[in-house]
Write a new protein. Sequence first.
Length: 265
Amino acid sequence: MREKVKGRFWNKGNTAFRETMAQLENQPRVRGLSFTSFLILPFQRITRLKLLVQIVKECNEGVRKMSRTEELISIEKTLEFKSKSVPVISHSRWLLKKGELQQMSGPKSTRTMRSRKLYHPVYLFLFNNLLLITKRSSRSDKLRWICALTPNRRTRFLSTSTHQSDSPQVQCIQSYSSQEPDELSIEMADVLNILEKTDDGWMMGERLHDGEKGWFPCRVVEEIQNQEIRAQNLRECQKIHQAHGGSGSAAPGSRGRRTTKVTNF
């Protein structure tokens, strides 16, 4: 078609057209190329455009794989597995979504009684072929490690009979089932002496009637403010222990630690 367009102007003897084309072809910016070459060049570029697009796609895919690998490496550095480690980095794996959710736990509700649910924050990492359910570490993790590994702390072998009437006490207002080995399951109206308290809402306490120790969330208990009631609770506890021949020795209060929990699917 380009030959037809050129031939039409040349065959008609269009002198002005020929002179104009000669002037344009002599300009330095044309670099000695003829008019015909400028008609051919766009068609050559069209054939190269497909190859160029293919190369760009390959480059984008390479950059995408590299960024995914870097993201997996960054995530793996933040994880601490409780038991068996799971390899996170894989060429066939990439992150789809991550974020914090609230895990609801507690006894099942019935038609006659609706129990209050407990909410624990969990952090999810959703990959294309793996789901990681984790917990953020906190200051209470370190404190619970100390309680578990330091044998001479007062929280390990403190006898109930040595508690003073002015020591802090709490009463359970909501049943709680232990989620970790070092936690304590408590029922409504249980009275406990407080041994440790963290800034993120956890307490370590000793149940008065059996001397069991462990961790529990602050939201399931309320503090006993009346000093006379606290003293009365201790006296009743001592009577129970004396009735059992002083055999109510306390068990160690912390047998483990709160670490990042990971569930694989």
